[in-house]
Design a protein around this ligand. Structure first.
Ligand code: UN1
Length: 480
C-alpha cells in the first residue's frame, strides 16, 4: 500500500482548505485511499473566481512568450515525471500503468503544443469597402473560464482545456472530477512550479455544487465541460441563461463498421482496442460493431476469443491488459446493460458475469454481445464500460444507416479495403470524427476534437480550433 495524499484546493497560488471529509479510492483495491480532499462549497468557488479575476489583467497583458515559457516548462516537468504521475493516475482512475503513463505524456505534449500556439495566435487584415480604410481582426483573451473535467482522462482533459485557456491569456477555475482529484492536482501543482503567476489557475475540489457554482458565477465568462449528457444539459442551460460561453463534450455510441472486404485480423484488433482498452471508459469507445453478413460469424468468433483472453486485473500489475471500472456505479452499469441486453433477446458471447479477483476492486468482465437489433437499448444508450455489441447487416448502405441512426455523433469508424466506401463514409457519417481502418478511440492532441448531435455543443476543442472558444475576436477599423 502507498501513502494517502492530503490534498487541498488551489486558490490564488496557494493550497487552501485543511478540512478533508472526502476521499478518492484505488478502484483496483478499494481498501486503499489514494487521497483525502476537501469538499468545496460555493464560497470556495467565490474565492477562486475572485483570485482569477484579479490575476486576469496582468496575465492577459503578459507577453505571449512569457505564457508560452510557463506552458513549455510545465510540459517538460510533467514529461520528466510521467512515470510517477502516470502511476498516481492508474492508482486513482484504474487504467493500466502503460495507459496511465501514456496519458500523462499526452498531457505533457498538450502543454507543449499550446506553448507554441500562444505565439502563433493571429488575426487577419482585410481591405475595407471604403477607400483608405483598413480592417484588422485580433483574437483577445476573454476573462475567467470555468473548466469542469471528467474522471476518465483525469490529466489529459484538464490539460487540453487549461492549456489553451492559459496560452491565450485567460485565467481559470478548474473543478476536477470527484473520483480523480489527485491526478488533476498534480497538473495544477506542476504548472505553479513552472512559474504560473498566482491566481491564474485555481482549482476547487468538490461535488456537483461546485460545478453548479461555477456555471452560475457571474464573473465566469465561459464554461468548458466534459462529462455526461444529463449533466451537460444543465451546464448549458445555466450558462446560456446568463449569456456565458459554453462548450460541452458528452457521450458517444460510436459505431465501427466492418465490411466483407476488410482485413479480418486487422478488424478484430481494431475492435478489441476501440471497445475494450482503457476499460471501455472512453467517450470515443467503439460500442456498436456493425458487421457485414459475409464476415460476421467469423468476426464474432475471432473477437470473442480475444475478448475472453483479455487479462483483467490490478491497474499496476504489468500482467493486466484491462484495469477495473473507476467506481462501483460504473461497474454496476456494465453488468446492468449485460442484463438489459439479455432481456432484449441478445446473446452474450463472452463475459457478462460478475468477476471476482483476489482483492476487492471494481472489476468488470469484458463483454461481447451478439445478435442485437439496432433499436435495442444496448445499441442506443452509452454504457461507458468494457461492453460492445454486434449488429449484422447485409450491405454498406444498411451499415451506414444504422451507424447514423443514434442520437450521438462523436466518432465513427469503418474497416474496409474499398476506397469508394471509405471515402463515402468520411463524407456521410454523422459524426465529428471519422476513422478509416483505425479504432474510433485514440485521437491526436493537435487537431480539433468534437462531435455532432447530442455528443457535443459549442466550439471544437483542441488543435487550432481551441482559439475559437478561448479568445474573442475584435474588429478594428482605421483610416490614415
Ligand atoms: C481518445 O479517445 O483518445 O472523454 C480521447 C473522453 C474523450 C476523450 C477521448 N473526451 O473519452
Amino acid at each position: 500500500m502507498t501513502d494517502t495524499l492530503e490534498l487541498s484546493h488551489w486558490i490564488d497560488g496557494d493550497r487552501v482548505g485543511g478540512d478533508r471529509p472526502a476521499e478518492s479510492r484505488n478502484p483496483s483495491d478499494t481498501r486503499e485511499v489514494v487521497a483525502r480532499t476537501p469538499d468545496g462549497s460555493a464560497a470556495d468557488v467565490d474565492d477562486a473566481v475572485a483570485a482569477a479575476k484579479a490575476a486576469f489583467p496582468a496575465w492577459a497583458d503578459a507577453s505571449p512568450e512569457a505564457r508560452s515559457d510557463v506552458l513549455d516548462r510545465a510540459g517538460t516537468l510533467l514529461m520528466e515525471r510521467k512515470e510517477e504521475v502516470g502511476r498516481l493516475l492508474s492508482r486513482e482512475e484504474g487504467k493500466t500503468l502503460p495507459e496511465g503513463i501514456g496519458e500523462t505524456a499526452r498531457a505533457a505534449r498538450i502543454l507543449k503544443y499550446f506553448a507554441g500556439e500562444a505565439l502563433r495566435l493571429h488575426g487577419q487584415n482585410l481591405a475595407s469597402t471604403r477607400p483608405g480604410v483598413e480592417i484588422q481582426t485580433y483574437r483577445q483573451p476573454v476573462g475567467v473560464y470555468g473548466l469542469i473535467t471528467p474522471w476518465n482522462f483525469p490529466i489529459a482533459i484538464p490539460a487540453w482545456k487549461a492549456a489553451p485557456a492559459l496560452a491565450f491569456g485567460n485565467t481559470v477555475v478548474l473543478k476536477p472530477a470527484g473520483p480523480t482529484p489527485a491526478t488533476a492536482e498534480a497538473l495544477v501543482a506542476i504548472l505553479h512550479e513552472a512559474g504560473l503567476p498566482k491566481g491564474v489557475l485555481n482549482m476547487v475540489i468538490g461535488r456537483g455544487g461546485v460545478g453548479q457554482a461555477i456555471v452560475d458565477h457571474k464573473d465566469i465568462v465561459g464554461v468548458s465541460f466534459t462529462g455526461s449528457q444529463s449533466v451537460g444539459a444543465g451546464v448549458a442551460a445555466g450558462a446560456v441563461k446568463r449569456q456565458a460561453r459554453v462548450q460541452l463534450e458528452m457521450g458517444g455510441k460510436n459505431p465501427l463498421i466492418v465490411l466483407d472486404d476488410a482485413d479480418l485480423e486487422r478488424a478484430v484488433n481494431i475492435a478489441l482496442d476501440g471497445s475494450f482498452f482503457a476499460t471501455g471508459q472512453r467517450c470515443t469507445a467503439s460500442s456498436r460493431l456493425i458487421v457485414q453478413d459475409g464476415v460476421h460469424d467469423k468476426f464474432v468468433a475471432l473477437l470473442a476469443e480475444k475478448v475472453a483472453a483479455l487479462r483483467v486485473g490490478d491497474a499496476l500489475d504489468p500482467n493486466s491488459q484491462i484495469g477495473p471500472a473507476v467506481s462501483e456505479a460504473q461497474m454496476e452499469t456494465s453488468y446492468t446493460y449485460a442484463d438489459i441486453a439479455r432481456g432484449e433477446g441478445a446473446r452474450i458471447v463472452t463475459g457478462g458475469d460478475r468477476l471476482k479477483l483476489d482483492k476487492p476492486g471494481w472489476y468488470v468482465q469484458p463483454t461481447l454481445i451478439a445478435d442485437t437489433a439496432a433499436d435495442m437499448r444496448i445499441n442506443n444508450e452509452e454504457v461507458f464500460g468494457p461492453v460492445a455489441s454486434t449488429i449484422r447487416v447485409k450491405s454498406y448502405e444498411e451499415a451506414l444507416e444504422i451507424a447514423n441512426g443514434v442520437e450521438f455523433g462523436l466518432s465513427a469508424g469503418i474497416v474496409t479495403s474499398s476506397l469508394k466506401h471509405a471515402r463515402d463514409f468520411q463524407r456521410r457519417a454523422k459524426a465529428g470524427m471519422t476513422m478509416v481502418n483505425l479504432p474510433t478511440a485514440g485521437v491526436d492532441y493537435h487537431v480539433p476534437f468534437g462531435g455532432t448531435k447530442s455528443s457535443s455543443y459549442g466550439a471544437r476543442e483542441q488543435g487550432f480550433a481551441a482559439a475559437e472558444f478561448f479568445t474573442q475576436i475584435k474588429t478594428s477599423y482605421s483610416a490614415g
